[in-house]
Design a protein around this ligand. Structure first.
Ligand SMILES: [Zn+2]
Length: 631
């Protein structure tokens, strides 16, 4: 057994390039979700709760069983029965898309935790969806448009694409088809999706007819469809619809390139990334969920086509988002009106911060990591994963957040929302979480996230390797084991997070006074020929975080953090000092002995302040008052 303690061993730190033999690493690949088993104390509980409680809860609520909410599946039944323009649609126009997003997320859970009852339930949904598509000779399917304004397909003839969500819903269907096929091997939904993709290609890109998504996501979805057929050419033989993989890529490109070119259609403006071409855009603008998903699509095409224009655009958007517009929890979207990004350095404590926007920022950051192999993208993904993601659902797994302000006087979770977009996005993101922990690039293995887990990876020329890690955030100890038939050629790269060196986000929007020992440089450190066991100790000492002086709203304020967790003080724990927190004037320690809600709180050594990780907010009382930022 060999123990390497990074605090004292700097000789193992060699540059990334020496392993690759070139400056640019080969393309990253990530294991499928079922190749990585999460064993983490925190995350295995969250995933198990999601699987056993949140998934049935979301389906029950979409079916209108437990809330006074419409049964959104009824819309498909009506369309399948031949109803047209009879005004009978229930709920918002984008409900179709939300059901499809739930199928996408649940599919990735099914891949990891087979569940015949849930699978059968989804099969029934899929039968309904397929029946609704059959009602239209072209394969068009959008229950709102068909039932409410059938003359306005794709928002045309005086319709309103921004409201109708036709292309958005269709993109969600494509994504669900891909994920459900990967989870179950069943092709029914994939066939529905492919028929619709063919129709959209013929109607839009193929005919140079200027229709674009009013809500981004279809760009990324069509690339997923393209990649699936490229990786499994024989799959086309199993379907009774033609498969034209290149068309799906072309359609995604068309949607991106037509943004800012509004000839022949209603302009969607900055709200939907339509005010200018992305190749001219210097900042990330508009509705934050749309903007981040749009940017994800741009990064997708940069990856697939190796196109410099797309690459440069993706970098500009990400750098602006992280350098000037991201919140300390990894959330984005400062402004309530239009749920949009604010100007640079506008980061108020009561910002809007929709759950879905943080998820979009996470997906975008993950794609940027795939594009570049750089650790800073994982720094941001980690911040989102440990702060914005688990916040979105209550400890009982059935109450959710939509907005996630950093300070609030009366925060309440809701059992269901009239726009229930966040729970399906949450299922989708957490279903993919196991894939984000490790990456492969040739014989280089990357440990991107510190989440207790065990993975089996196929490494070219080496064979099957096993990698596992245990993480203890109370001590900062990370233990990594590698089992490989031929360790000689292997390189292991372990990410040292920016927060360990006081850099809370790349480009310095938030900083702490934490400095590290000589051995830790931010970025990946590399172990050549790793054997047995690597132990590192990350500096999880509680730290005080401050924002860049240019952030007017946060001047004179500070927040608390330890490891990847942003902390917050709830009034319930601090009633006596609520008006006088004086966060910066105290010393803190992790109080392992006295957990709150089962997690380790931060306590000031004068016993005056108790803070819990932000993701635990609003679990103990109604109208929770809490503060991330305080004097
Ligand atoms: Zn949402």
């Amino acid at each position: 057994m060999r123990f390497l303690n990074l605090l004292s061993l700097s000789i193992f730190i060699i540059s990334l390039s020496s392993c690759h033999g070139s400056d640019k690493p080969e393309r990253m690949t990530y294991p499928a979700p079922n190749q990585v088993k999460i064993t983490d104390q925190m995350w295995s509980q969250i995933l198990e709760r999601t699987r056993s409680v949140t998934i049935p809860d979301v389906l029950n609520k979409f079916e209108g069983r437990t809330q006074n909410a419409p049964n959104t599946l009824h819309n498909f039944e009506l369309v399948a029965e031949g109803h047209v323009a009879d005004g009978g649609h229930f709920g918002f126009p984008w409900y179709d898309g939300l059901i499809y997003e739930a199928i996408t997320g649940i599919s990735d859970y099914l891949l990891q935790y087979p569940d015949p009852a849930i699978e059968q339930r989804l099969d029934e949904y899929i039968n309904l969806i397929a029946a609704a598509q059959k009602a239209d000779p072209d394969g068009y399917i959008n229950t709102y448009t068909t039932l409410m304004e059938n003359d306005h397909r794709w928002g045309e003839n005086g319709g309103n694409l921004r409201w109708q969500h036709d292309v958005y819903n269709s993109g969600c269907l494509v994504e669900a088809g891909v994920h459900y096929y990967k989870a179950t091997g069943k092709t029914q939904l994939l066939e529905v999706a492919t028929r619709l993709a063919n129709y959209m290609y013929d109607y839009m890109a193929g005919a140079n007819h200027n229709v674009v998504p009013g809500h981004a996501l279809p760009e990324d979805a069509l690339i997923q469809l393209y990649k699936l057929y490229k990786s499994e050419p024989s799959l086309a033989d199993k379907l009774s619809v033609p498969v034209e993989a290149e068309n799906y890529l072309c359609l995604a490109e068309f949607w991106i390139e037509q943004r800012g070119h509004t000839e022949g259609r209603r302009a969607l403006k900055a709200y939907a990334q339509d005010a200018e071409s992305v190749f001219d855009a210097k900042t990330i603008e508009g509705h934050a969920v749309r903007a981040t998903l749009f940017a994800t699509g741009v990064a997708d095409i940069a990856l697939v086509k190796n196109d410099e224009r797309y690459c440069a655009a993706a970098h500009r958007l990400w750098d602006n988002m992280v350098g000037q517009r991201m919140f300390i929890t990894g959330g984005v979207g400062a402004i309530h009106e239009d749920e949009k990004f604010g100007p640079d350095y506008f980061l108020p404590t009561d910002a809007y911060l929709e759950t879905c926007a943080a998820i979009g920022a996470g997906l975008f950051s993950w794609r940027m990591h795939e594009l570049t192999g750089e650790a800073k993208y994982m720094d941001v993904l980690e911040r989102i994963i440990f702060n914005s993601i688990p916040t979105a659902v209550s400890l009982d797994g059935t109450n959710y957040t939509y907005q996630n302000p950093l300070n609030a006087e009366k925060m309440n979770r809701w059992p269901w929302h009239e726009c229930p977009c966040c729970p399906p996005m949450l299922l989708k993101f957490t279903g993919m979480l196991p894939s984000m922990i490790y990456a492969l690039s040739g014989a280089d293995i990357y440990v991107n996230l510190f989440i207790g887990s065990k993975a089996t990876l196929q490494v070219p020329d080496i064979g099957e390797i096993e990698i596992s890690q245990q993480v203890d955030w109370n001590t900062g100890k990370v233990n990594i084991q590698v089992r490989s038939p031929k360790t000689k050629k292997l390189c292991l790269h372990v990410r040292i997070p920016g927060w360990e060196n006081g850099q809370e986000l790349p480009y310095g929007l938030y900083q702490s006074d934490l400095t590290n020992t000589e051995a830790h440089e931010t970025g990946y450190i590399t172990f050549k020929n790793p054997q047995d066991e690597i132990e590192l100790t990350l500096n999880v000492a509680p730290r005080i975080v401050k924002a860049d002086e240019r952030v007017e709203q946060l001047r004179g304020l500070c927040s608390l953090a330890s490891g990847p967790f942003v902390y917050c003080a709830e009034k319930i724990d601090n009633p006596d000092v609520w008006d006088n927190l004086n966060l910066a004037e105290r010393q803190y320690e992790l109080d392992v002995e006295h957990p709150i809600l089962g997690i380790t709180p931060l306590r000031s050594t004068d016993s005056q302040i108790t803070a819990i990780p932000f993701y635990m907010i609003a679990n103990r009382c109604k109208d929770t008052a809490y503060r991330v930022w305080a004097k």
